[in-house]
Design a protein. Structure first.
Length: 104
C-alpha cells in the first residue's frame, strides 16, 4: 500500500517535471519565433542572421530585394533555389508584417 502511494507520488512528480520542460521548450520556441519575426524579409538572408535562421552557411551577393544570387562559395543559385528562397522571403514578409502590427 505504501509502495503504491510512493509510486503515484513519483509518477506525479515526473509528470510535473515533464510539463515544466515542455512549457520551457514552448517559451524558448516562442522567443525564437519573435526574434525571427522582428527581421524584415529584405534582411533575412544577410550573414548576421544565419544563426537566427539556423543556416549552416550564408549566401554570397544579394539582389535589390535582399534575395541571394550566389551561395557561400560564390556559385550562382539555380532558378528553383531562388524560387524557393523567394517563397521563404514572402512568408517572412507576412510574419514580419504581423509582428509590426502587433507592436502598434
Amino acid at each position: 500500500m505504501l509502495a503504491e502511494v510512493e509510486r503515484k507520488r513519483e509518477a506525479a512528480a515526473q509528470a510535473a517535471m515533464e510539463k515544466e520542460a515542455k512549457q520551457a521548450a514552448r517559451a524558448q520556441l516562442a522567443a525564437l519565433e519573435a526574434q525571427r519575426a522582428a527581421v524584415p524579409a529584405s534582411e533575412m538572408f544577410r550573414s548576421e542572421h544565419d544563426a537566427l535562421f539556423e543556416r549552416a552557411e550564408g549566401y554570397g551577393s544579394l539582389d535589390e530585394n535582399g534575395l541571394p544570387m550566389e551561395d557561400a562559395s560564390g556559385e550562382m543559385l539555380s532558378k528553383s533555389a531562388r524560387k524557393k528562397l523567394g517563397k521563404a522571403a514572402a512568408k517572412q514578409e507576412k510574419v514580419h508584417a504581423a509582428y509590426l502590427q502587433s507592436q502598434e
